[in-house]
Design a protein around this ligand. Structure first.
Ligand SMILES: Nc1ncnc2c1ncn2[C@@H]1O[C@H](COP(=O)(O)OP(=O)(O)OP(=O)(O)O)[C@@H](O)[C@H]1O
Ligand SMILES: [Mg+2]
Length: 341
């Protein structure tokens, strides 16, 4: 069982109402209230710095897409925010409450859908949700209605009495998500909520997440699906070897980079000599394998003359494509880049 044994109802709503911190100004100049402030959060396992001095905030009514390659530190960061692991250094403050010093209060305010599905297979769908509700101290008189609401919202009302062990993988994912929402948390942490689900279940999950966002919830969302992150996230953070190497809106991150277009050559590209292009001095990055060459540039148009020469000199059939820089390109660039220090 990955979900922590959560504690009985805490009277934290007063604290939420009385918290009145100044709004941060984001990189678009908008004002939004920070629900969570993460300050220098770190976690080491022996010599491995799984999370290394990460700082950012999560705002009311936003989906923060937390991206990173396998092992970048996403789950470790989420498990510290969920108070399942103690930080080695740093802190995070949720509506005025420290994850280090006020763990019980914070637990009650956070909902987590863990990467590994954390449900009881020998309980039914409704029983799993009821069980979570009891852990969070929801009154019996309110619990049934809440469970029914959740079952409706995940489209599984008809499977309420089926054992979770008998549900499909995509259905289990949806129940795993609903179990994070029983107590109407202020901050929702979703660790790969669409991993391994079919496109229909994915759409269902994305709809639920958008609804939660529209209701003003703050959501941290990790995924390896870049298209999903691009459509869903209001802001994006990229973790690389435990460090946050970028955070902001996609537009702002694109603007910060020195390139905005991708020239892709496919076919027999192994012997291609890029010297004439390098002479222009504006090639920002080159990724190549035997069959594909990707050049990240500021303006593809500046390279068309040398490209034409290169292709005609090669005497091979080579296809040329010019594309704007996608989140996937941005991600691969920042998530793979060596982190110094
Ligand atoms: N309990 C643990 N003990 C030792 N090392 C750990 C532990 N948990 C995580 N790590 C290490 O911390 C690093 C970050 O792991 P983490 O699970 O946070 O990555 P992730 O970004 O969630 O990856 P994935 O995309 O594969 O889920 C990895 O090197 C991992 O091996
Ligand atoms: Mg993970």
């Amino acid at each position: 069982m990955h979900r922590q044994q959560l504690l009985r109802k805490q009277d934290y709503e007063e604290d939420i109402r009385s918290f009145n911190a100044p709004s941060p100004v984001d990189n678009q100049g908008e004002r939004a209230r920070a629900v969570l402030r993460i300050e220098g959060l770190s976690k080491s396992y022996g010599a491995i710095a799984a999370v290394a001095g990460v700082s950012f905030d999560i705002r009311e009514g936003e989906v923060f897409g937390l991206l990173g390659l396998n092992g970048a530190g996403k789950t470790t960061l989420i498990s510290m925010l969920a108070t399942e692991q103690r930080p080695s250094a740093g802190d995070a403050v949720l509506l005025g409450h420290s994850i280090c010093n006020e763990r019980r209060t914070v637990r009650q305010m956070i909902g987590v859908a863990p990467q590994e599905i954390a449900l009881y297979p020998m309980l039914t769908t409704a029983e799993n949700l009821r069980f979570m509700g009891r852990i969070y101290g929801i009154k019996a008189s309110e619990l049934e209605e809440r469970v029914e609401q959740l079952l409706e919202s995940i489209g599984l009302a008809e499977r309420r009495d089926d054992y979770v062990g008998s549900l499909s993988g995509g259905m289990k994912r949806r129940v795993n998500l609903a179990a994070a929402l029983v107590h109407q948390p202020k901050l929702i942490l979703l660790d790969e909520p669409t991993a391994g689900v079919d496109p229909e279940s994915r759409d269902e999950i994305l709809k639920i997440v958008r609804r939660l966002r529209d209701d003003g919830n703050a959501i941290v969302y990790t995924t390896h699906y870049m298209e999903e992150a691009e459509h869903l996230s209001d802001r994006i953070g990229i973790l690389n070897s435990g460090r946050l190497v970028a955070a902001g809106t996609l537009e702002a991150l694109r603007e910060e980079l020195e390139f905005s277009e991708v020239i892709e050559l496919t076919g027999f590209t192994a012997g291609i000599d890029l010297t004439p292009m390098r002479a222009l001095g504006q090639l920002c990055r080159v990724d190549r394998d035997e069959k594909r060459l990707r050049l990240l540039v500021k303006r593809a148009a500046d390279f068309l003359v040398p490209l034409q020469k290169i292709i005609s000199r090669s005497g091979k059939s080579i296809q040329l494509k010019i594309m704007p820089f996608s989140l996937e390109d941005l991600f691969l660039h920042l998530a793979r880049k060596e982190v110094n220090g």
